[in-house]
Design a protein around this ligand. Structure first.
Ligand code: DC
Length: 224
């Protein structure tokens, strides 16, 4: 990374799965005219590529090789893996579960680190994930930890999946989210934790718009 890239402002938005991070990050970025990094998509892309190549979710070395060799393009909201549009495919639950498993491997995280940092380009970046404020962009001038209770998140995820035409069941989604939260929080490599200097926003009872405004408010108050 060049010195000038390091000076490009980053808003880091971390939080558990289905907390609304992705949508909030997109809207904050749009409002500021900045770009966005959906870091979860990189873990999902690695997962999908492993699934296609028959790499097991227990094989750290091979999963890290897949991560290092990913051929991906992000194009106006569409995501391509080896020139194939996988925008929808990476959102399927089995891919998310596989992603959460291989995301626990240090070698996979290391393989994706510089790829993520390369997104720090002028005029600014909104980065969403689990470790944006703690590991990938520790100098981000604004760090948000976005939480929501598990029932609210399961309902949102259920609605999202149904809108996309995927099957969804609220009870099993809730169990799935809890298991995934537990794995993301307790892994030894870059666990899902709030950075000490992060601001926590609980979006359980907030609309997307209210959450976006809260982030923008913190950004204007930060004076960065
Ligand atoms: O945000 P998401 O649900 O699309 O992320 C999919 C998985 O990837 C998630 O279960 C944990 C992992 N992940 C991670 O470990 N670190 C990140 N910065 C982003 C995602």
């Amino acid at each position: 990374m060049t010195v000038s890239a390091q000076n490009v402002p980053v808003i880091a938005i971390d939080g558990p799965t289905a907390s609304g991070k992705g949508t909030v990050a997109q809207r904050v970025a749009r409002h500021l005219g900045w770009s966005v990094l959906d870091s979860g998509a990189l873990y999902r892309l690695t997962a999908l590529a492993c699934m296609q190549k028959g790499v097991a979710d227990t094989n750290e070395t091979q999963a890290a090789q897949v991560a290092a060799g990913l051929n991906v393009q992000f194009d106006n909201g569409a995501i391509f893996l080896d020139d194939r549009d996988v925008t929808e495919a990476i959102r399927e639950e089995p891919v998310g579960v596989f992603a959460s498993r291989i995301a626990a491997f240090g070698a996979v995280r290391q393989a994706l680190l510089e790829r993520q940092r390369a997104f720090q380009q002028p005029p600014g970046l909104v980065a969403d994930g689990r470790d944006m404020g703690t590991v990938v962009f520790p100098n981000a001038p604004l760090k948000i930890f976005l939480v929501a209770d598990v029932a609210a998140r399961a309902e949102r995820r259920c609605k999202q999946l149904k809108e996309k035409g995927f099957p969804a069941n609220l009870t099993s989604l809730m169990a799935d989210l809890q298991a995934r939260d537990e794995r993301d929080r307790t892994r030894s490599n870059a666990p899902l934790v709030s950075a000490p200097d992060a601001i926590t926003i609980d979006s359980s009872n907030l609309t997307i718009e209210e959450t976006v405004n809260a982030v923008l408010d913190h950004w204007s108050k930060s004076g960065a």
